[in-house]
Every structure is written in structure tokens, then in C-alpha cells.
Design a protein around this ligand. Structure first.
Ligand code: 3PY
Ligand code: MG
Length: 266
């Protein structure tokens, strides 16, 4: 039986989505149960993101979650906690296809993040991909050293005023493949702490601006969509990967719908 690797599917899918005005959709899980990641992977999402920043995912749940998502034929993305770039190398060694790093506010932040995602000469990722190599049947070490940097993507989060001001510098870092807009933090930043509302007009304007600058740099634009219904127009604007709600939100909405159907006010 031939085994097919899910790891390269994300980079391939996002590049082809960007070329065709299409978009990939990612599930988003903070509940650290690999079964849940596997269940979501079997819905029509293209990939599953495991969230170590605001979710309860840890290195053990991420390791098992990647396995369950891969068993469903899908690639996995991991969001790491703020500034914890060494975790990026670890999750790539364990089979993640991409890493999202929150709060990348400067060229220096972007370079530090990229250095843990990319092998030399582009970065300083240390060698140790035993689990990943086991998920890439037939690939030799020298092949992986050559192809790993293109196979695994670095997604730098743009979610502050500083990041918007440094956007071109961040996009120009060779080891940064994509920017990922966090519209909730961005709304807080743009209102100087007065509001959290990812659907604000100034956030929508920033989303349009980021997509245009990413395109100008030949890089990918990705985001957490402010609302699922924003997906079609954001795809047209150039967003090739979007998150559309979280496991926490989906679980609570499903529970409320069942309770309401049973006549219980929530
Ligand atoms: C934000 O909207 O700030 C995010 O980080 C999305 O996950
Ligand atoms: Mg955020």
C-alpha cells in the first residue's frame, strides 16, 4: 500500500488557492483532545489549526493531534504562544505543516521567528525531524534538508499598530511565507483599547491593505475571518487561508441550539 504524506498539502493548496482566487478553510482547536482535532479534520475543512496561544493545547496534545489530523488525510497548522519561537521547530519536527506566530511586530520579530522555521542558509532550524520524516515515506534526509523550507510555512501574525507600520519590512524577510491577520487584537489596537470588534470598518480596511501588500511582496495573505460570511470577499481580496470560528464557539453554539430546540432558554 502506498502512503501519501499530508505535510506538503498545505503549501501546495495555499499556493494554488492564491493563484486561483480561492481559499482554504482551517478548523481551530483550543481543546487539547486529539479526538476532537480528528473529528474536525473529517469535516470539509482543508486543515486544522491547534492553538497553543489562547487554547489549552500543549506539546503532547499537539503531537497526537497532528497524527489524528494526518490520519484523516489533512495537514496541521500550530499556533505557538507569543515569542516562543523554539516551539515552532519542535512542532515542525513532529509533523506540522505550518506555524502561526502571534504578535510579530517588527522585522526583528519576523527574523527571529523565521530562523526557527527554516533550515540554513535561510534560518537556523536545528536538525531532528524523526517524526516528520516518518510521515514522508521515501524521502531521504538530504531531500528533506533541500525541500523542508518550501514544505513548511511560517505565518507571521499582524495584529498591532506596530505590525501594520512594519508590514513591508516583515513581508520582506525571506523566511516569512505569509502574514496572518488577527482582527480581534487589531481592533483593540486600532481603538487604543476602547473596543474589541473584529467587524469594524478600520479592521476591514487593514485587511484589504495587508492583502495588497502581501501580493506586492509575492507572499501569502491569511487571516482569522471576522465573520464566516466575510470569507467570499476576503478570498477575492487575496486571502488564501482563513479560520472561521473555534471549537469553543462551535461547541457552545451547538449546545445552545440543542437546548433551544428542547425548549430550554439559554
Ligand atoms: C485575533 O483576532 O487577535 C486573533 O489572534 C485570531 O485568532
Ligand atoms: Mg490575537
Amino acid at each position: 500500500m502506498t502512503l501519501h504524506s499530508t505535510i506538503p498539502l498545505l503549501a501546495q493548496g495555499m499556493k494554488s488557492a492564491a493563484a486561483n482566487g480561492a481559499t482554504l478553510l482551517t478548523a481551530w482547536t483550543g481543546i487539547p483532545d486529539p479526538l476532537l482535532a480528528g473529528l474536525l479534520a473529517r469535516e470539509s475543512f482543508d486543515t486544522v489549526t491547534l492553538d497553543m496561544q489562547h487554547g489549552a493545547q500543549d506539546i503532547a496534545s499537539v503531537t497526537l493531534g497532528i497524527g489524528m489530523v494526518s490520519a484523516a488525510g489533512k495537514p496541521t497548522i500550530v499556533r505557538i504562544p507569543v515569542g516562543q519561537f523554539p516551539i515552532a521547530s519542535r512542532v515542525l519536527d513532529l509533523g506540522a505543516s505550518a506555524v502561526i506566530a502571534p504578535m510579530i511586530n517588527s522585522k526583528a520579530d519576523a527574523e527571529a521567528f523565521a530562523s526557527f522555521v527554516k533550515f540554513p542558509p535561510m534560518g537556523d532550524r536545528s536538525w531532528g525531524p524523526a517524526v516528520t520524516m516518518s510521515m514522508l515515506p521515501g524521502m531521504t534526509g538530504p531531500d528533506y534538508l533541500k525541500s523542508g523550507n518550501g514544505m513548511h510555512l511560517s505565518l507571521a501574525m499582524i495584529e498591532t499598530r506596530e505590525a501594520l507600520a512594519a508590514l513591508d519590512d516583515i513581508l520582506a524577510v525571506p523566511g516569512i511565507d505569509a502574514v496572518f491577520v488577527g482582527p480581534s487584537d487589531l481592533s483593540i489596537a486600532l481603538t487604543r483599547g476602547a473596543e474589541v470588534d473584529p467587524t469594524r470598518k478600520d479592521v476591514a480596511d487593514a485587511l484589504a491593505h495587508v492583502a495588497a501588500r502581501a501580493k506586492a511582496h509575492g507572499k501569502l495573505a491569511t487571516c482569522f475571518a471576522p465573520r464566516p460570511e466575510d470569507v467570499p470577499h476576503l478570498a477575492k481580496a487575496g486571502y488564501s487561508l482563513m479560520a472561521i470560528s473555534t471549537d469553543f464557539m462551535q461547541l457552545r453554539a451547538g449546545a445552545r441550539a440543542s437546548l433551544t430546540a428542547a425548549g430550554r432558554a439559554s
